[in-house]
Design a protein around this ligand. Sequence first.
Ligand code: AHG
Ligand code: MN
Ligand code: MN
Length: 355
Amino acid sequence: MKAVKTLGQFIIEKQADFPYAKGELSRLLRDIGIAAKIVNREISKAGLIDIIGETGEINTHGEQQKKMDVYANEQFISALQSGGECCIVVSEENDEHVYIDSEISKNAKYIVAIDPLDGSSNIDVNVSVGTIFSIYRRKSDEGKATLDDVLQKGTEQVAAGYVIYGSSTMLVYTTGKGVNGFTLDPSIGEFCLSHPEISVPNQGNTYSINEGYYTHLPAGVKKYIKYCQVEDDGTSRPYTSRYTGSMIADIHRNLIKGGIFIYPATSQYANGKLRLVYECNPMAFIVEQAGGKASDGYRRILDIEVTELHQRSAIFIGSQKMIEKAEEMMAEFLPENAKWISGLNEKLNGVGQIN
Ligand code: AHG
Ligand code: MN
Ligand code: MN
């Protein structure tokens, strides 16, 4: 019989990868794992108790806030507060960054960005939802951390992960040394290592995009969708289309089986819908660590300058070859303001040069 390795054991083992680490990051990951178990417990009861439905409040982005969004937000913030390793939390559910003002968190080194519940509109209909988190080291050494500590590029992440509350509950994370996945064993209440060293296939046969927006999509995306649908034995096309409305569920599937997830700019959302800091960057870090690619159609997600907490970005993420193919088609229809895309001329290789 194979020995079970729990998330806690794994985190302690991996601490040796960071010779100067004092265990703060490990404790932070542990705190997130605890909150995830509490949120999981409530989500699994969502159909039974009167916790589903809307609060009647509208969040920062003008969306209806679901009760579970609020509950998950509170649970993660409170776990980070009692853990003492995090000084600021940036959350989809809070307009401003939230200071953790307790005595023990004052000099904490880490900043956590979270989407406490991703795909929350799926809660009422029993489709998988998730939590996304991203961890940064604060830039300043001491004193009260500021917004400047928070606005860091995706390349600065020290860890990122997600929890998927699905047919089973999993926690998947990276600290920049590969990606590992843990499945919650409800009988012992522990996340157990089930998917060591996840690697995303270079090429998949699934594409995930909301095709209902077809008329509003950029020309390059329309061309890519048509490419996915064409019959071609050599490249196993047509590809399969899968889109749940929970980014976590779609990216998790593509991470394991290969595939591409796209949430592009549309005429409704000029910069896409998804948020850079707590949706795109953590998922990009994880997918890159698994050998995949994440881009806004033109440039690497992790290199995008962060200027606002709730900044949005288009995203193309998943199997390397599929992202490259989509980027190739995006480059054929460059927006007028494309000059800012550094390194683009080199990448275009003579196709559609911009001056
Ligand atoms: P959230 O529930 O955190 O607001 O995120 C929902 C996101 C993402 O998970 C999903 O892929 C996307 O919104 C779906 O949007 P559309 O309905 O516009 O396709
Ligand atoms: Mn989300
Ligand atoms: Mn959310």
